[in-house]
Design a protein. Structure first.
Length: 99
């Protein structure tokens, strides 16, 4: 009972003390002037990483069916260059799923 009361107290304090998160309106990211799309069911899990060591992170977007990763070079702001599949030993890298 004490643990439940403590959890309710913490939740109540957090609700009153912590400000609500505010986000900007969503925007459609584009690569080469076309919207960046992911395949259905949409398990893309985008991430940032500086793969080429130029100090600018690339956008990495996963592909569900075969476990490939599209690498999109960041060109500043909301602009990205045409993407290419992540390569391993000159072939498209694939990360097998557990389905």
């Amino acid at each position: 009972m004490k643990a439940k009361s403590f959890a309710l107290l913490v939740a109540g304090l957090a609700a009153g003390v912590l400000p609500a998160a505010e986000f900007d309106k969503p925007v459609m990211l584009k690569a080469g002037g076309k919207p960046i799309r992911v395949e259905s069911p949409g398990y893309a899990c985008p991430a940032w990483a500086d793969l080429d060591g130029d100090g600018k992170p690339e956008l990495l977007v996963g592909q569900f069916a075969r476990g490939k990763i599209k690498v999109l070079p960041h060109q500043g702001g909301l602009d990205f260059g045409q993407g290419a599949w992540l390569k391993a030993e000159k072939i498209d890298a694939e990360i097998p799923g557990v389905w």
